[in-house]
Every structure is written in structure tokens, then in C-alpha cells.
Design a protein around this ligand. Structure first.
Ligand code: B12
Ligand code: SF4
Length: 488
């Protein structure tokens, strides 16, 4: 059978470049590919990277769908279906809110492809495709790894992305984990399966893309002890209770952790409480960041703006806090009620949702009425956070004493001069640039550079030959003369 698997065009935020869309292949689609690959002829189209060849013969099309790509997925499906080719949609959006997609595809796959795709293919062969397939829980040993060997590495910055679990034990109200079909699906993969994948990838740097790498601390401990001899460098997303788990940060440092992504979300406890994020306590944030830094690990803090305790003052307060605590990287979002989440249901029932256009559901647009400010104040405040956190002056002020090369890589070449890096990638290849970043990240790890970790601000200034004021001046010049700093 000829099977075509498609990732639709992502919606870009004002501060995004193709570095984001070229970050990594879709693990979801390559997992679908793994599930039924023997005897089938597989073609992949990632619209972020290449055009879809609609004329290429195929027996079935599978599309992976996230919140922002649903409208585009519907357009793609319409073109194939007009030629009588059946189209199946799956992925987070379809699982979280199947009703948003009904009628637009020949079949919906709700939940894990491991439990739906074999039936879809066999029903299609019999000419009995059903409108809906469902598998919302799975024993760990049934989880299948992505078909890494089919990935076209040259098109991406990284292919060393690994998923060790699905879902999250917490259920914050704005997160897709609060959707009815996902709530009970938290599962850790067998340690041996993940280790085999890492060995197959044969890379020293691994990015774990789980929602929460410490959702089950006993599993995490066992896994980290198992990968210890591999001498990896790795990064992952964890919940804010990481420093409360005895010995976890020590183990992370000793097994090569370079950076942790943490959903701090807000500096207002009222806002945190409004999202049922019980594991976050803002009174512990400074200690949490200090503890992670003490272990030589960088912090990528994620914030959500527009929660019910937020006011126009929230933005200034958050920027100052980020700079003061030397947060290495920051990811910000405008609160977005993903259809299917508890947040969505609450906002819909109270009439607060102002747009159903899912192309705007990118977390950079305001699609609801905020409680403590106007929609415009929210949007402008969100842009201000990116602008100020990633000003050259503040990049310098946030400079850590360890991991400097990785820090500067992300802050300057990904966030600040993304367009320039984009051009370099086009010229020498995304994967080559990705490899260079991996190499520099390794150099910057505390296990590799203990002296750098211990150096003071004075030596940082000496190393760079600049200080915060001169960096501000450099930025003004670049902005004026070269126009290469993005105004967001
Ligand atoms: C890696 C990642 C990214 C990468 C994407 C790389 C890529 N090329 O795909 C980057 C950084 C670029 C990214 C960007 C964004 N992301 Co993102 N991302 C993730 C993350 C952390 C992992 C996804 C993953 O690989 N999972 C592992 C795979 C194996 O699981 P899966 O995709 O769910 O696939 C399984 C099933 O869903 C199903 N399935 C999936 N596709 C299909 C297709 C068919 C045909 C079938 C039958 C089944 C099926 O079977 C698979 C195997 O069981 C998730 C969180 C998470 N843990 O899922 C967020 C997540 C998907 N991202 C999210 C968002 C919001 C975004 C952005 C909009 C953020 C932004 N502000 O810009 C953008 C744009 C997203 C887009 N359009 O793709 C949300 C989506 C919410 C929603 N309701 O849709 C998530 C869930 C994060 C969150 N907690 O809110 N993201
Ligand atoms: S801790 Fe993070 S991944 Fe887990 S439910 Fe909350 S927001 Fe989602």
C-alpha cells in the first residue's frame, strides 16, 4: 500500500524564523511510520520544509495535527479527498478535541497511533474505513519508537530528539493534558527501549521532548543510572518540583544534563492558582533557579501571560525578575485556550473567547478577554518581554558563569540574530549548524569546563571585552546600520 504522511505548515509567531520549523522532524509522524512499515511504501511531506506533491499516487494520507495547523490540515485533506483519496487525521489536536475536526477527514485517530493505525490500514484494505478510531491508553511495552532511519537528516537542525514518555501526571487547566481523552494516558516507556533508540542515534547530545521528564521520579532515576555510562549531554523539560526530589539534580548533573525547561508560567500565585498548577509555588522560584544553577545546569523558563491574576505591571515585574535571576533562556506565551482543555471549557462557558480562528491559536495572539488588562495591553506586554529579555544589554546581564558558549549560541544566534543564522543554515545546511551547536554545548558543560563555571562577573567582562552598557550601544548600532536585529 502507498501511504503518504504529512505535517502541515506551522503558524509562525513574530519572533520565529525557519530555525523553529526546521528544528526537528515530527516524532508523531515517524512513529505512525514505524507502526505499519513492512510491505508498505511510505512518503513524507513536511510542508515546513518542502511542497506537497499532490499528484504523487497514494492509497491513503495521514496528517498530524496540532492546534494551530487544523485549518491547514483541512485544506490539504480537501484536495486529496476531491480525488477520492481517503485522509486520516491524528495527533494532539484530534485527540484533545475530536469534535473540532469531525466531517473534514475520512477518519480521525484519537490517541496513540500504535493502537489505531494498524486497524485503519486493515479496514481500508477491506474497504471498511470507519469515521473514528480510538486508543487513549497503552501499556508501556506497546509504545513504538519513531522510524529514525527514515528521517532525512539534512533538512533539520536536529534528529537527536527522543520521547521517553507520553503525557504528564499533572493536569494544568491550560494544558492539553487536561483534555478528557488525554487525562489518563501518562505512561513511561521501558528504559531498555529508550536506551536502544539512543544507541541507534549514535549521538552524544540528546534532547528529551517529554512534557515532563520527572513525572515518575523512580523511572527517571532508573533511566539516568542506565544512561550514565553513555557519557551523554542532554536536556529535558521538567515540572517545578524538580529541586524537591532528593538527589535528582545531582543525578542530572552527573549524567550530563545541560539545560532544563521549566514551566514557571507566572510570578503571581493568584495566576498560578487560576490554572490549577499545584506543583508550582512562586515563593520557591528563586531557590529553584539558584539550585539548578548551582548544579551547572541552565534554566529555560516558560511563562504564560494573561492568566487571571495578571495586570499591565506583570510584564515589567517579570522581565526584571528574569534578568535578576539570570535565567538563561525564556519562552513566553499568551494564554491560549486550546479546544478540549479545561481552560477552554471554562472560558467558552463564561463567554470570554473572542475568536475561534485556530490559525490565531499560536500563543502569540489574544483570542480571549483577559481579566486584568485589555487584549492590546496583553499583546504589547508579551512582545515587550521578548524584546527586553533578548536585548543585547540583557543578554549580557543574564550571562551565566558556566555554559557560556551554549548560552550565547541560543541567545544570539537563535533568538537575536535568527535571520542571520537562517541564512547561514540555507548556505551550509541546517544539520551542519545543528552539529556545531551540539559541539559548543558540550564544550560549555560544567563537567567539561569547571573553571568557567567558577569564574566571576569580572572575568566574564574580561572574556568578552564588553560590559552591559557597551552591549546596549552595539545593539543600537546594529539596529541602525544593519537592520539585522528583529523588531518584534
Ligand atoms: C517537539 C515539539 C515541538 C517542536 C515540533 C517539531 C516537529 N517537527 O514536530 C517545535 C519546537 C517546532 C514545536 C512547535 C510548536 N508547538 Co510543540 N510540542 C512539541 C512536543 C514537546 C513534543 C511533540 C512530540 O514529538 N511528541 C511525541 C510524539 C510521538 O507524540 P504525538 O505527536 O502526540 O504522536 C502520537 C499521537 O498523537 C498520534 N499521532 C500523531 N500524529 C498522527 C497522525 C496520524 C495520521 C495518526 C494516525 C496518529 C498520529 O500517534 C503518535 C504516536 O502515538 C509537544 C508536547 C508533547 N509531549 O507532545 C509540544 C506540543 C505539541 N506543541 C504545542 C504547541 C502549541 C506548539 C506551537 C504552536 C508553539 C508556539 N507557540 O509556536 C508550535 C507550532 C506547532 C506545530 N504546528 O507543529 C502544543 C500543542 C497543543 C495542541 N493542543 O495542539 C504541545 C502539545 C505542547 C503543550 N503542552 O501544549 N513543538
Ligand atoms: S506540568 Fe506542564 S506538561 Fe504537565 S500538565 Fe502542567 S503544563 Fe502540562
Amino acid at each position: 500500500m502507498k501511504i503518504t504522511l504529512i505535517q502541515p505548515l506551522m503558524r509562525m509567531r513574530p519572533m520565529d524564523t525557519t530555525l523553529k520549523t526546521r528544528m526537528a522532524p515530527s516524532l508523531g509522524l515517524y512513529t505512525v511510520a514505524s507502526v505499519v512499515r513492512n510491505g508498505n511504501d511510505l512518503t513524507f511531506f513536511n510542508e515546513n520544509v518542502e511542497e506537497i506533491d499532490y499528484e504523487m499516487p497514494t492509497d491513503i494520507v495521514g496528517i498530524t495535527v496540532t492546534v494551530d495547523t487544523l485549518p491547514r490540515a483541512i485544506e490539504i485533506a480537501r484536495r486529496y479527498r476531491s480525488r477520492g483519496i481517503p485522509v486520516v487525521a491524528g495527533g494532539i489536536q484530534i485527540t484533545g478535541c475530536p469534535e473540532s475536526a469531525r466531517g473534514h477527514f475520512d477518519a480521525l485517530s484519537i490517541g496513540f497511533a500504535e493502537g489505531t493505525w494498524p486497524d485503519i490500514i486493515s479496514d481500508l484494505t477491506k474497504g471498511e474505513l470507519r469515521p473514528e478510531y480510538r486508543c487513549v491508553s497503552l501499556p508501556p511495552e506497546k509504545i513504538v519508537g519513531p522510524a529514525y532511519d527514515l528521517m532525512d537528516t539534512g533538512k533539520y537542525l536536529y534528529v537527536n530528539v527522543v520521547s521517553t514518555s507520553r503525557g504528564c501526571p499533572f493536569k494544568c487547566s491550560f494544558c492539553y493534558n487536561s483534555c478528557a481523552n488525554i487525562r489518563d494516558s501518562y505512561v513511561n516507556r521501558p528504559v531498555a527501549d529508550v536506551v536502544n533508540e539512543i544507541k541507534f542515534l549514535n549521538r552524544r547530545h540528546i534532547m528529551f521532548i517529554d512534557d515532563n521528564f520527572i513525572g515518575n521520579p523512580a523511572w527517571t532515576r532508573e533511566f539516568l543510572e542506565t544512561i550514565r555510562p553513555l557519557g551523554l549531554k542532554w536536556q529535558a523539560a521538567v515540572s517545578a518540583n524538580v529541586a524537591d526530589i532528593p538527589g535528582m539534580l545531582d543525578l542530572m548533573r552527573d549524567t550530563g544534563c545541560t539545560s532544563l525547561f521549566i514551566g514557571l508560567e507566572s510570578l503571581s500565585q493568584e495566576s498560578i492558582d487560576s490554572s490549577s498548577k499545584y506543583q508550582n509555588s512562586i515563593s520557591k522560584y528563586e531557590r529553584l533557579v539558584a539550585e539548578i544553577h548551582r548544579h551547572g545546569i541552565m534554566v529555560n523558563a516558560s511563562f504564560v501571560f494573561g492568566l487571571d491574576g495578571d495586570t499591565p505591571e506583570t510584564f515589567r515585574h517579570t522581565i526584571d525578575w528574569i534578568v535578576r535571576n539570570k535565567i538563561e533562556t525564556v519562552t513566553s506565551h499568551i494564554l491560549t485556550p486550546y479546544p478540549g482543555t479545561r481552560q477552554y471549557r471554562e472560558m467558552r462557558d463564561s463567554g470570554r473567547i473572542t475568536s475561534d480562528d485556530q490559525t490565531l491559536y499560536t500563543t502569540s495572539e489574544v483570542v480571549f478577554n483577559p481579566a486584568g488588562m485589555t487584549p492590546d495591553q496583553l499583546r504589547q506586554g508579551y512582545l515587550q518581554v521578548y524584546r527586553e529579555v533578548y536585548s543585547l544589554r540583557n543578554i549580557f546581564r543574564r550571562m551565566p558563569s558556566a555554559n557560556r558558549s551554549a548560552y550565547l549560541m541560543f541567545n544570539l544566534f537563535y533568538r537575536k540574530f535568527g535571520r542571520l543564522t537562517e541564512s547561514i543554515c540555507r548556505f551550509i545546511g541546517y544539520n551542519r549548524v545543528g552539529c556545531a551547536v551540539e559541539y559548543l554545548t558540550r564544550l560549555g558543560h560544567p563537567l567539561a569546563a569547571t573553571s568557567a563555571r567558577d569564574s566571576s562577573r569580572q572575568s566574564a567582562e574580561a572574556d568578552c571585552g564588553v560590559n552591559a552598557e557597551s552591549m546596549g550601544g552595539v545593539e543600537q548600532t546594529l539596529r541602525r546600520e544593519m537592520g539585522i536585529i528583529r523588531d518584534i
